[in-house]
Design a protein around this ligand. Structure first.
Ligand SMILES: CC(C)(COP(=O)(O)OP(=O)(O)OC[C@H]1O[C@@H](n2cnc3c(N)ncnc32)[C@H](O)[C@@H]1OP(=O)(O)O)[C@@H](O)C(=O)NCCC(=O)NCCS
Length: 181
């Protein structure tokens, strides 16, 4: 065994006793604001596709307008502190599709939390009849593109800002569906 072997097993969010992922209640803005405060300017820009110093009140209203049949927002907390938010929003014109958007605070990037939130989002979305997630990820956002690829997403050839993935690919045990073209 090499002398530098870690004393503890690698962080695993699914095994971490202090990680919880739960849905936000309607109009529950506290965790949303806490995560936003801890995002770097670059992560804010990548997530919201515009430079933002603060979430405007209309955005907060929209982002907390949750309803299990069309919009679920999930907050991940570690030791009680919000570290990430993920959400799906049903496309009103294509009811089996939903937009997936995830933001993890920078100091916890790469720890598997984005993947854990996406899997939980898939469980909720599948129950609501969603089969395909669509994520809008700028082609320059190579980290999020790699993350989505690792989840099984494929680029939409008709839209360079969009990737698509089968909800069933994200959470074992869900019924199998192929992403609609
Ligand atoms: C994109 C984002 C959500 C990923 O969440 P995360 O918790 O950091 O990602 P995970 O730890 O779950 O990564 C899972 C896999 O994705 C890939 N990945 C994640 N970040 C990566 C990076 N910076 N470079 C290359 N691959 C990466 C890896 O394959 C990784 O698996 P590995 O750690 O075993 O190699 C997070 O970086 C983030 O919040 N970014 C800012 C906001 C944003 O861009 N949102 C757009 C998403 S809709």
């Amino acid at each position: 065994m090499p002398w530098f072997a870690p004393a503890y097993p690698a962080f695993s969010p699914t095994a971490h006793p202090y990680l919880t992922i739960r849905p936000l209640a309607p109009q529950e803005a506290g965790p949303l604001q806490a995560v936003f405060q801890d995002l770097s300017a670059r992560s804010r820009q990548l997530r919201y596709h515009t430079p933002l110093a603060a979430l405007r009140p209309a955005m907060v209203r929209h982002l907390t307008d949750v309803d299990p049949s069309r919009h679920v927002a999930l907050v991940a907390t570690l030791g009680g502190r919000p570290v990430g938010i993920g959400r799906w929003l049903r496309d009103p014109f294509r009811p089996t599709e939903a937009e997936l958007a995830v933001e993890i605070i920078d100091r916890w990037h790469g720890a598997g939390i984005g993947t854990a939130i996406a899997a939980e989002a898939a469980r909720h979305a599948s129950r609501a009849g969603v089969q395909t997630f669509v994520a809008h990820i700028d082609p320059v956002n190579s980290a999020a593109r790699a993350w989505a690829r690792a989840l099984g997403a494929t680029p939409n050839p008709d839209d360079p800002d969009q990737v698509r993935l089968a909800v069933s690919a994200l959470a074992p045990g869900l019924p199998r569906h192929h992403p609609a073209a």
